[in-house]
Design a protein around this ligand. Structure first.
Ligand code: ATP
Ligand code: MG
Length: 394
């Protein structure tokens, strides 16, 4: 987008209609408007107006267009947006306005596309395309290409308003964060859970993070990296709570009292229970993990069943059907991959045998847990000791 074009311009924001039922449209729009404002909290902007299924974000002379574009690209729920200019309803004036804007731009082929939802407008879309296109072609001698134009001039006419724009920026799509309620995500410092948290945010959930570490038995790398990952993901939800909890007290109990091959499953069940305690406190409705079916020993169907049973809240697993390659591709795209691949000591591998149980029987797991004794109190103590970090963006 042009940098100097802020003067007298605005950003025309379209949001996806997917998931929009008649009744909750207003709610969705309010959330989106509030998120757009939060994303631009520290930026000079004008008014944000809701207008017939779009948002008009007015810019001031000093508005930093590039920064605004970067921020809007990360607002969940936006389908696409463009730096746009108000145009005249008089076609002779309009074609000159467009010509003045287009003549300074660098392109070899072009086309004009009009979307006219205001049927009162005296001309049809093809007529407008032809008149504006002819004006550009005659003066600049550039050919029209309807399929693969280097530059597309969009004209949008609705409710007696007319805007034109050249550059369409793709949005994140999905639903505005917060529109679907709150969840608690179990965030390791690995590759998968940041991606699963991102995907659930994209469906409109506000995410509270929980990270478990085995400090002081292991180093604190996972702790710091989990915070870095949560910081990255805060770009999409503006405010974030991260709960950091030591798993060691309960791990020691398990190591001393349970069969070695069940350690990992028991750790997992305790992690889910602690996450559920956080969810209850924060009034969240579900838990989220980065599990993918069959990816590792702890993620066989049997083990997923044996761990899920420990909590009553639904557990969402956005990555359940994805391959590792697909997950890595997304991790690179959202820029969590590099932090996720820094070395760290994983609390789940603390004192875990090389060949943990892959087909855990619920009966055996329950029995082992009964033998532990006093674990509820330990979980309460861990929960009391949780460190809570508050992050915000911008
Ligand atoms: P990830 O890349 O997310 O660490 P993984 O492939 O290493 O996943 P596991 O170690 O089996 O898989 O972990 C499965 C899920 O359990 C993780 O995706 C995450 O949701 C949760 N989890 C694992 N370790 C932790 C931790 N230390 N703190 C919080 N959650 C964790
Ligand atoms: Mg892991």
């Amino acid at each position: 987008m042009e940098k100097s074009a802020a003067e007298k311009s605005l950003i025309l924001i379209h949001y996806s209609e997917i998931g929009l039922k008649k009744g909750n449209r207003g709610y969705f729009e309010k959330k989106l408007a509030s998120n757009i404002k939060k994303a631009l909290k520290d930026v000079e902007i004008g008014e944000l107006k809701r207008d017939y299924g779009r948002f008009l974000l007015y810019l001031n002379q000093d508005s930093p267009v590039e920064l605004i574009v970067d921020r809007l690209k990360k607002v969940m729920g936006i389908a696409h947006f463009s730096l746009a200019y108000p145009g005249s309803a008089n076609i002779d004036e309009l074609k000159e306005q467009i010509f003045e804007r287009i003549k300074t731009q660098d392109f070899s082929t072009f086309c004009v596309r009009t979307r006219r939802s205001d049927k009162q407008f005296p001309m049809t879309s093809p007529e407008i395309n032809r008149i504006v296109g002819t004006r550009i072609h005659e003066e600049l001698h550039k050919p029209v290409d309807l399929k693969n134009a280097e530059l597309t001039c969009h004209i949008e006419i609705y409710n007696k308003q007319l805007f034109f724009y050249f550059d369409r920026q793709p949005g994140k799509r999905g639903l505005p964060v917060g529109a679907s309620g709150r969840v608690v995500s179990l965030l390791s410092a690995g590759i998968d859970s940041p991606v699963s948290s991102y995907l659930i945010m994209k469906r409109g959930a506000r995410v509270i993070f929980v990270h478990f570490h085995s400090f002081p038995m292991t180093n604190k790398a996972s702790y710091h990296n989990a915070i870095k990952l949560a910081e990255n993901l805060t770009q999409y939800q503006y405010q974030t709570l991260v709960y950091l909890m030591p798993l060691i007290p309960i791990q020691e109990k398990i190591i001393l009292n349970a069969p070695m091959k069940l350690r990992l499953i028991l750790y997992r069940r305790m992690m889910l229970r602690l996450a559920q305690m956080v969810a209850r406190k924060e009034r969240a409705g579900a838990l989220v993990t980065g599990e993918s079916l069959g990816q590792v020993a702890s993620q066989t169907l049997e083990n997923i069943v044996a761990t899920s049973e420990s909590v009553s809240m639904p557990i969402f697993r956005p990555l359940i059907g994805m391959d590792k390659e697909e997950i890595i591709e997304l991790a690179r795209k959202i820029d969590t991959f590099d932090v996720s691949t820094e070395p760290f000591d994983d609390c789940c591998s603390y004192m875990v045998p090389e060949n943990p149980e892959t087909k855990a029987k619920l009966r055996e797991v329950r029995h082992a847990e009964e033998q532990l004794g006093g674990w509820k109190q330990i979980l309460d103590e861990i929960f009391q000791q949780a460190e809570v970090v508050y992050l915000q963006f911008p």
